[in-house]
Ligand binder design. Structure first.
Ligand SMILES: [Zn+2]
Length: 339
């Protein structure tokens, strides 16, 4: 049984040493260290130290592509986007978006370098964190604002479909996006395998991509030969209160679909649960999520993020310590049941 926590917002080794003991005490077997473009620019050597400290403590290390290029999940800005205005996604009306186009050769080349840097830090597993085309809710734009209609995409679409790319999100545009995402992953995943590291990909759960992300066809992604671990993260707080929404069935359906897809292609699977933005009195949903994922067959469970994200006001739980301690107890419970 693998149980993990994401770690971000601190690059001071002496503070991490203290947190590491706390993480072990909360029954974690791995840490996902986030890695942003700023981390690679300024903290490469430091990350190497954090990875070594994690290994020395007996825990495995995953590392993600944190908000890189505006095309992955995470609370960070992209330097690539700031420096490369000609490589950005565009809305149908032509407005440039704060996200790189997944069909940009320059962006793919940049990501190869990014991944190689992560591998050089000594990690065990690279974690593709929710790769997606631009999503409107991501940066607070209005519904319907999604990409990509940039000149590169329009040219590719014309080559594939022998017609002009429509300005509406019809079925061909949705299918086009999925093809582009597959080509993107196919080109980059071998970089991780070449480094002889485990390659995990976390796709957005149902209710999140809504046909815009490019990752709705899970089977196609899980079937890629260079993917080792197939993962999703059914975080629930943003859906609470929607008619008919239930945390238990949301987690159960996503976990069951995930495990079935992973097993079909002989891949490992992983589920992430939410230990951030939990409101006072709603922490019981964390127990529901962990227990449901475990009962549905998940044997690798991660949680976002360390300490109930107490240090990040944007993500923190109302009662961070309470949530974090609850997670530790739930992990202990799962490990005991798994033995
Ligand atoms: Zn594009």
């Amino acid at each position: 049984m693998e149980t993990g926590i994401s770690y971000f917002g601190n690059r001071m080794q002496k503070h991490f040493a203290k947190d590491l003991l706390d993480i072990k005490k909360h029954n974690c077997t791995f840490i996902l260290h986030t890695c942003s473009e700023a981390d690679q620019a300024y903290y490469g050597g430091t990350l190497k130290e954090l990875v070594k400290m994690t290994h020395d403590a007996g825990l495995k290390v995953q590392m993600n592509s944190w908000a890189v290029g505006g095309t992955f999940g995470g609370e960070e800005y992209s330097y690539f986007v700031m420096k490369n205005s000609s490589e950005l996604q565009e809305l149908a009306g032509g407005r440039r978006l704060p996200a790189a186009c997944l069909n940009s050769k320059k962006y793919r080349l940049f990501l190869k370098g990014f991944i190689e840097n992560c591998l050089s830090y000594g990690i065990d597993s690279f974690f593709w964190d929710e790769p997606h085309f631009y999503l409107p809710w991501n940066i607070g734009d209005k519904p319907g604002d999604y990409g990509c209609w940039c000149p590169k995409c329009k040219k590719l679409y014309r080559q594939m479909y022998k017609k002009t790319m429509p300005l509406k999100n019809d079925a061909s545009v949705v299918a086009f996006r999925e093809k582009c995402m597959l080509s993107f992953l196919k080109e980059l995943a071998p970089v991780i395998k070449k480094g002889k590291k485990e390659n995990g990909i976390c796709v957005l759960p149902s209710l999140m991509g809504e046909g815009h992300a490019g990752t709705d066809d899970w089977e196609k992604i899980a079937s890629l030969k260079d993917i080792d671990v197939f993962v999703t993260d059914p975080y629930w707080t943003m859906h609470l209160g929607k008619p008919g929404f239930e945390v238990e069935s949301f987690v159960k359906e996503n976990t069951a679909r995930l495990i079935a897809t992973a097993e079909k292609f002989n891949k490992k699977s992983g589920i992430w649960v939410q230990c951030y933005r939990l409101k006072k009195g709603e922490e019981h949903y964390l127990a529901t999520a962990v227990r449901t994922a475990f009962a549905t067959g998940a044997r690798s469970i991660g949680a976002w993020g360390y300490g109930g994200a107490e240090h990040m006001s944007y993500l923190k739980c109302d009662r961070p310590k309470y949530s974090w301690d609850l997670l530790g107890e739930l992990y202990k419970e799962c490990q005991k049941k798994d033995n």
